[in-house]
Design a protein around this ligand. Structure first.
Ligand SMILES: CC(C)(COP(=O)(O)OP(=O)(O)OC[C@H]1O[C@@H](n2cnc3c(N)ncnc32)[C@H](O)[C@@H]1OP(=O)(O)O)[C@@H](O)C(=O)NCCC(=O)NCCS
Length: 339
């Protein structure tokens, strides 16, 4: 039995079909409560990478049949010494060396591009949480990587959210945030806030706990925010934002965003939530998240589940999420390998 790994072009529909089949089977087996991208959304996502990133995609085949896939992300504008890797092996073809072959390929791509570190994440079971396969952690350790950051995914079941409790939380947040003006939008960010969104988004790596992950702050400017918006729209994703404006300066000093895709209108990914360090302690994080939740629910009648990730030690953000009703589902370990 020989395993052959070869790159493919995202404009090759047959290869994308195979990558989609593998990704779907892996998600259903490993994280069955995740949304599964339909073929079209999967294809446009591959075809429209986020600005500032180059991806290399490859398939592993046994006797011509695609059994695993890898994608290597090579960031171009910052973090140019690391590569992030996603490997998925079809559940019917595991423990036959396919993961190892894909990993060797990814490693070669990274080394050839001058990268010094690899990182990826893998799901794990939390005490008392949903049972998840051990394979990701066992494989990561077998490849020589070290766990660098423990994260927890929490989900909000919006059908069980108590509107009365949310009202109370919102009233409390508003009283602590007196003077700040709340603004919301969907799709393209208004021109007056786009520089502030870029400034806030750039802070996330320095502000959120990163454990032993060696990453530098991302260089995000207005052009990159506009580029991200174009990509989200091309992928068919609907993004909902809220922010808080400081009355003294007119600047946006807190911001949150979540987005919903075409394949799974019942599901949203909670993206960044961040409050400018000079404006913390006014419940602005909770305020913009609750306002944004209601704003998104009013426009997405089928939305019932929102997933968010936090470093296990990010007590402040976790307490906001728990108060809103998010509950822990599974653990996600960020693994890092020095090449
Ligand atoms: C993790 C994953 C990629 C492994 O793929 P695979 O083809 O089964 O891996 P391999 O057969 O090449 O295994 C390589 C080594 O990893 C370890 N390993 C892999 N799966 C394991 C498991 N279920 N239990 C224990 N060890 C395991 C073993 O040391 C194995 O070597 P061995 O078989 O000689 O003992 C696959 O399970 C998968 O797609 N999981 C979901 C996605 C994921 O977690 N990806 C990893 C992060 S990118």
């Amino acid at each position: 039995m020989s395993i052959v790994v070869a790159p493919f072009d995202t404009a090759d529909p047959a290869a994308v079909d195979e990558a989609h089949r593998i990704a779907t089977a892996a998600t259903v087996a490993d994280v069955p409560d995740f949304p599964v991208d339909e073929r079209e959304e999967f294809g446009v996502t591959l075809a429209h990478p986020m600005p500032g990133n180059v991806f290399v995609h490859a398939l592993a085949r046994i006797d011509g049949v695609a059994v695993g896939r890898v994608q290597v992300r090579l960031s171009q504008l910052d973090n140019t010494d690391l590569a992030s890797v996603t490997i998925e092996v079809h559940p019917e073809h595991r423990r036959r060396g396919v993961g190892r072959a894909l990993f060797a390929y990814a490693r070669r791509v990274a080394v050839d591009d001058g990268r010094k570190r690899l990182f990826w994440n893998a799901v794990a079971t939390l005490p008392g949480g949903a049972v998840r396969p051990e394979a990701g952690a066992a494989f990561s350790a077998a490849m020589g990587a070290k766990p660098a950051l423990a994260e927890v995914r929490r989900r909000l079941d919006t059908t069980r959210t108590s509107q009365v409790e949310l009202d109370d939380l919102l009233a409390d947040a508003r009283s602590r945030a007196a003077g700040y003006r709340v603004v919301g939008w969907h799709g393209r960010t208004p021109d007056e806030y786009v520089a502030d969104v870029a400034r806030l988004e750039s802070r996330i790596i320095s502000d959120a706990p990163m454990g032993d992950l060696e990453m530098e702050p991302e260089k995000i400017d207005t052009d990159r925010i506009r580029g991200i918006e174009v990509v989200l729209a091309a992928r068919g994703r609907r993004a909902y934002h809220h922010g808080a404006v400081d009355p003294a300066t007119g600047r946006l000093v807190a911001w949150t965003m979540l987005d919903v895709g075409a394949s799974a209108p019942w599901h949203a990914w909670q993206q960044t939530t961040i409050v400018d360090p000079d404006h913390r302690g006014h419940r602005l994080g909770l305020l913009v998240k609750i306002e944004n939740l209601r704003y998104a629910l009013a426009r997405e009648p089928r939305l019932t589940a929102i997933d968010t990730w936090n470093a296990a030690v990010n007590d402040y953000m976790i307490s906001i999420n728990e108060r809103m009703g998010f509950r822990a589902v599974d653990g996600w370990t960020d693994w890092q390998l020095v090449l």
